[in-house]
Design a protein around this ligand. Structure first.
Ligand SMILES: Cc1cc2nc3c(=O)[nH]c(=O)nc-3n(C[C@H](O)[C@H](O)[C@H](O)COP(=O)(O)OP(=O)(O)OC[C@H]3O[C@@H](n4cnc5c(N)ncnc54)[C@H](O)[C@@H]3O)c2cc1C
Ligand code: FES
Length: 420
């Protein structure tokens, strides 16, 4: 059995509310002093005003309460970022101050389409740095929920939203140089990281590798170029996988083709030794797999410094990955029932959600990583267990199929209300 490597960054509680507020606020304010004082036009008053604002923002955000379940939000704005890619600005309906999140985290939206009995959940990375009054997500039209968001959620529409979550986020306590790698719509979480570092005036060198199809299919292009101009610490390295005749090599993009570790090794300054970088990447699984292997071979970067997020929950596995132990998992075949459909789980199979999908049974899901509780189902028969190290806070009467495995002694498991 192979191990799921859908990114893991940091450890323990993934909710930012658990961070030390005073320390975070002071660190942000300290970065801000350096940043402002380096501007030749800044007076001491400018520096102090910027510091006060940064400190206040952090206090406001950390003081704001996170929430359980969903909360109504309103689409306050929409921006077309590229063909088929739309940013949604979401404001809380009750106008509460929004809690701070870690850049890289996602929210989960619950969308009920006309004619459908139940809403469907999907997770979307926050694509901007924190702001007190709105979140931004950027959605590529790719299927049921994403296309519904594009077509049925104009400005003013309401959408139910679960609080920010996720373990793929920038280590805000580190002062090491950062390498951000974003491909296609996978730019979203790493863009939030770049914008957060920039808004804090961080002195950390940031190398941002962007891989998109061509100049037309390049979401956030203007935003990234403006960010680079304003923050000399941030360097953009652009690759077009299929440049069009209008795209100019050297001006619009540096490389053509598929992004790999050679590009990254070529662009990173030789004075900053490979092992000093922290890597954060999000994009197609095959690309991330290649980059990860290549970085290890070319630069000796260790896996613990390569953080990544997979949008589709596909496994990124290497033959030498050690699967996490699953204590007390079933040692024989188990019959799984869900809403009148059934399938067989065998030892060595993946968690229930993936095994169900492979057998043509669709279970609800959102984040696919066991964090939001968005796939929880009542456990009517049998028992389930979770791999070691999975953060699952779920009652014994419920199962979280994206990370659950049948428990020893369960020949039959029924999810949902009961066997039909
Ligand atoms: C942590 C996390 C963060 C994420 N962040 C983002 C983000 O920032 N931006 C983003 O866009 N996505 C993001 N995703 C992916 C997102 O959650 C959804 O998986 C994605 O929008 C597809 O969901 P869907 O309901 O639209 O597609 P589904 O209906 O679930 O379909 C999924 C796949 O089935 C096929 N398919 C089904 N119906 C159609 C159709 N009508 N036309 C064409 N193909 C179809 C497609 O191959 C499609 O990719 C993230 C996922 C995770 C887990
Ligand atoms: S899909 Fe979100 S917790 Fe399982």
């Amino acid at each position: 059995m192979l191990r799921r490597l859908t990114h893991r960054s940091g450890s323990g509680d993934a909710q930012p509310a658990a961070a030390a507020p005073l320390k975070d606020a002071c660190e942000a304010a300290t970065d801000c002093v350096f940043h402002e004082s380096r501007k030749s036009t800044s007076s001491l008053d400018d520096v102090m005003a910027a510091v006060r604002k940064t400190y206040r923002d952090h206090e406001v955000g950390l003081g704001a309460k996170t929430w359980e379940g969903t909360r109504p939000f309103v689409v306050s704005g929409r921006v077309d970022e590229a063909p088929g890619v739309v940013s949604f600005y979401l404001e809380p309906k009750e106008r509460q101050t929004l809690p701070l999140f870690h850049p890289g985290q996602f929210i989960t939206v619950s969308v009920k389409k006309p004619g459908e009995a139940a809403p469907t959940m999907r997770s979307y990375s926050l694509s901007d740095s924190w702001s007190a009054d709105r979140y931004r997500i950027t959605v590529k039209s790719a299927g049921g929920v994403s296309t519904a968001l594009h077509e049925l959620f104009p400005q003013g529409a309401e959408v139910e939203v679960m609080a920010p979550n996720g373990k793929f986020f920038l280590n805000g306590e580190s002062r090491r140089p950062v390498v951000l790698i974003g491909a296609g719509v996978g730019l979203t979480p790493v863009l939030a990281m770049a914008k957060t570092l920039a808004s804090q005036g961080s002195l950390r060198p940031v190398h941002f590798f962007v891989s998109v199809k061509d100049g037309e299919n390049f979401p956030f292009r203007a935003e990234l170029e403006a960010l680079t101009k304003e923050h000399p610490n941030l360097q953009l390295h652009v690759l077009f996988s299929r440049p069009s005749a209008a795209d100019r090599e050297g001006a619009d993009y540096r490389w053509a083709g598929r992004l790999n570790a050679l590009h990254i090794a070529e662009a990173l300054p030789k004075t900053e030794a490979g092992n000093d970088y922290e890597f954060y990447m999000c994009g197609p699984d095959a690309m991330m797999q290649d980059v990860r292997k290549g970085l290890r071979q070319l630069t000796g970067v260790s896996d613990k410094d390569i953080n990544f997020e997979s949008f589709n929950g596909e496994e990124m596995v290497d033959p030498w990955d050690v699967p996490p132990p699953i204590p007390n998992a079933a040692s024989g075949a188990v019959e799984i029932h869900f809403q009148g459909k059934s399938f067989i789980w065998n030892p060595g199979d993946e968690a229930l959600l993936k095994t169900a999908e492979k057998n043509g049974v669709d279970l609800p899901y959102g984040c696919r990583v066991g964090l939001s509780g968005c796939c929880d189902q009542k456990l009517s028969d049998g028992s389930v267990v979770y791999p070691e190290g999975t953060l699952v806070n779920v009652s014994p009467q419920m199962a979280r199929p994206c990370v659950a495995y049948p428990g020893e002694g369960s020949d039959i498991i029924t999810l949902g209300t009961g066997r039909e």
